[in-house]
Ligand binder design. Structure first.
Ligand SMILES: Cc1cc2nc3c(=O)[nH]c(=O)nc-3n(C[C@H](O)[C@H](O)[C@H](O)COP(=O)(O)OP(=O)(O)OC[C@H]3O[C@@H](n4cnc5c(N)ncnc54)[C@H](O)[C@@H]3O)c2cc1C
Length: 265
């Protein structure tokens, strides 16, 4: 028997971050902004500017080139405000491009998922496929010339009270870079990190254990018995996919079944 673990958890980049000031949290629909002030103990020193490459950003620094980061960039572009988007992956919308299964379609009708300023193409179905959504995001990013800086994984962001600036450090393929600017937008997503709960006995389990973000298709499970842990949207859809590929799924749920949306995707 194989085991598929399912779990989504937000990594809000709280731990190890110097604090929040003039910081905007953006959710998947581009909503929600929280402002908070926390003092940072190590103000910007002249030697910092020479110990690593420093980039002055004349506008907001946006972390994450998922749909939210792109939408923020597009809206700023429309207002003529310069910005920089930092993305740890090598592409936009890495969640959709690298960590979702083949059969995925949008779980919500398209009118709830399109980004500001550019609707979905008219011929898109009510529930666009993963490929259609990625195509749309690619053209969105291009249309607004968002130009994310890829392979820039943000390690820390600190607000320097003395100079009133954000100091955002990245590590990537090249040298460490520090981006410095007045505003910070964190658009790092709520489903971007895999969460594997500690399950007693998992270490002794002899079969394959896969998190849903690595699940591509039920093809490889043909004829096998598979236990799916969790029954949110992904768990349900994976079970269906396993059935379609002649596997034999069972599902475990720790609580009652939560019906999120009774649509027809
Ligand atoms: C299976 C599935 C189905 C879904 N269906 C829908 C749907 O139908 N409709 C809907 O609206 N939403 C849906 N979602 C929710 C999904 O969260 C949103 O579609 C959307 O991806 C959220 O966009 P985001 O930009 O907020 O976050 P993400 O898409 O997660 O993007 C965050 C980006 O930030 C980057 N990042 C993270 N940490 C760092 C760092 N330290 N440094 C630099 N970059 C970083 C990541 O690499 C990523 O590219 C679904 C999610 C899943 C998993």
């Amino acid at each position: 028997m194989d085991l598929i673990l399912r779990g989504e958890e937000e990594e809000r980049l709280r731990d190890g971050w110097g604090g929040m000031h003039g910081i905007g949290w953006i959710d998947g629909a581009g909503r929600g902004i929280a402002l908070k002030k926390i003092k940072v103990n190590n103000p910007l020193q002249p030697e910092d500017l020479f110990s690593r490459r420093c980039v002055w950003v004349n506008g907001p620094i946006i972390i994450g080139a998922g749909p939210s980061g792109l939408a923020v960039g597009a809206c700023l572009k429309e207002q003529g405000v310069p910005f920089v988007i930092l993305e740890r992956s090598d592409c936009i919308a890495s969640l959709w491009q690298k960590r979702t299964y083949d059969r995925l379609k949008l779980h919500l009708p398209k009118q709830f998922c399109q980004l500001p300023k550019l609707p979905f193409p008219e011929d898109y179905p009510e529930y666009p496929s993963k490929k259609q959504f990625i195509d749309y995001l690619e053209s969105y990013a291009k249309n607004f010339d968002t130009n994310p800086r890829f392979n820039q994984s943000v390690q820390s962001a600190r607000y320097d009270e003395t100079c009133g600036l954000w100091r955002v450090r990245t590590a990537g393929s090249g040298a460490e870079v520090e981006y410095i600017g007045r505003w910070l937008v964190v658009a790092t997503g709520e489903n971007a990190e895999r969460v594997v709960p500690e399950l007693e006995g998992l270490g002794q389990f002899g079969g394959d254990v896969t998190h849903v973000c690595d699940y591509i298709s039920g093809r490889v499970y043909q004829g096998k018995r598979v236990l799916v842990v969790g029954c949110g949207n992904s768990g349900m859809e994976v079970c269906l996919d396993l059935c379609d590929h002649n596997a034999f799924p069972s599902m475990v749920v720790r609580d009652s079944v939560r019906e999120v949306y009774a649509g027809k995707s």
